[in-house]
Design a protein around this ligand. Structure first.
Ligand SMILES: Nc1ncnc2c1ncn2[C@@H]1O[C@H](COP(=O)(O)OP(=O)(O)OP(=O)(O)O)[C@@H](O)[C@H]1O
Ligand SMILES: [Mg+2]
Length: 334
């Protein structure tokens, strides 16, 4: 599979607040053709900042950015606004967080879809846009007569489907979805996610799916990246992350979300909450919450190292030079 999106050493600092907020710290990730990649992490870990930075949606007036974002080999960071505008929706699109509440309240569904398509699909022939609106709405299970309605006339689930239809309308190569089902009823969530998976197979786009819900990501994505305090702390094939996730935070997140299928089990939360990104603790940012912390976690930041060819972890317990008695003692505490 060829790489379609490559994020290399991306860092984003919000400069519009004091202190400045390092919301994304040296993140690298890649998405291959037709792959679903998941980004997991609790609230405030920098997930939305990361994807807004990927889509070049953060103005220079509020952020400092470093690193590269390559889409089909083209560095989006070097494009001017107009060139980036041309790529957005056509090559890479976004279902923003809370998209169902972000639809324009004074435009019908059809008008909103038409507006985006007219602005970006310059080569469309007469009638093609209307046909594409109907076809795309049907793909997300919205009957075509609903296109005459305004957002307030639709349920939350239907509005979310419209937001997904907007992102798919111009058949981009990569669709980025920021918590596309948060706030919806579990059954509706599941229906929408299964549809995304079906559409992804049918249309062949790649997906970058952001969610708090680890079990959902493990079920849908081939590769999962786990973010904590602005960094990737573990990444790998979703099967490996689920069965052999190494980072205590990853294991905690998995324990937080019961599997979508299969037996119910008691849900354990991770005690505490993620740190304020403006005041990160020294060492590993997770150490104040970590049941397995060892002395070096309090003052040395662990690097992301491969534990297997595709599986990387940033945790002192999984660095090769760690004395085994320390690891055993930390396991006894977990
Ligand atoms: N414009 C801004 N200026 C300063 N700080 C910001 C700005 N936008 C977001 N932040 C901060 O950046 C950090 C990361 O926020 P972000 O929205 O990326 O997290 P998230 O992982 O998407 O959280 P959630 O799951 O709640 O959506 C937070 O501490 C947030 O307060
Ligand atoms: Mg977010």
């Amino acid at each position: 599979m060829s790489e379609i999106l490559s994020v290399r050493h991306l860092s984003v600092t919000y400069t519009d607040s004091t202190p400045t907020i390092p919301a994304v710290n040296n993140v690298s990730l890649s998405i291959h053709d037709r792959e679903i990649v998941g980004i997991a992490g609790e609230s405030g870990c920098g997930k939305s900042t990361l994807i807004n930075a990927i889509l070049q949606l953060l103005p220079d007036s509020i952020v400092d950015m470093e690193g590269d974002v390559l889409l089909n080999g083209q560095n989006l960071r070097t494009l001017d606004r107009e060139s980036m505008r041309r790529l957005r929706w056509m090559k890479i699109s976004l279902v923003p967080q809370s998209a169902m509440n972000a639809l324009n309240p004074i435009m019908t569904i059809e008008e909103q879809m038409r507006r985006i398509m007219e602005a970006h699909w310059e080569a469309a022939r007469p009638g093609e846009i209307v046909a594409r609106i109907d076809e795309t709405l049907e793909m997300v299970n919205i009957q075509r007569q609903y296109k005459k309605l305004y957002p307030f006339e639709l349920s939350g689930g239907m509005r979310q489907r419209v937001a997904i239809a907007l992102a798919l309308a111009l058949r981009p190569d990569v669709v980025v979805m920021d918590e596309p089902t948060t706030g919806l009823d579990v059954i509706v969530q599941r229906g929408i996610l299964m549809e995304i998976k079906r559409l992804q197979k049918q249309l062949g786009f790649a997906v970058c799916l952001v969610s708090h819900d680890m079990s959902l990501l493990i079920e849908l994505a081939q590769t999962v990246y786990v973010m904590y305090a602005g960094r990737i702390i573990e990444s790998g094939p979703s099967r490996d992350i689920y069965r052999q996730g190494r980072h205590p935070y990853t294991r905690g997140l998995i324990a937080c979300f019961p599997p979508l299928q299969g037996s119910q089990r008691t849900v354990e939360g991770i005690p505490g909450s993620p740190p304020d990104l403006g005041q990160l603790p020294p060492g590993c940012a997770f150490h104040p919450r970590c049941p397995q912390a060892i002395p070096r976690c309090t003052d040395q930041s662990p690097s992301l190292v491969n534990v297997r060819p595709q599986h990387a972890v940033a945790c002192h317990l999984h660095t090769p030079d760690i004395p085994s008695d320390l690891v055993e003692a930390s396991h006894d505490r977990a």
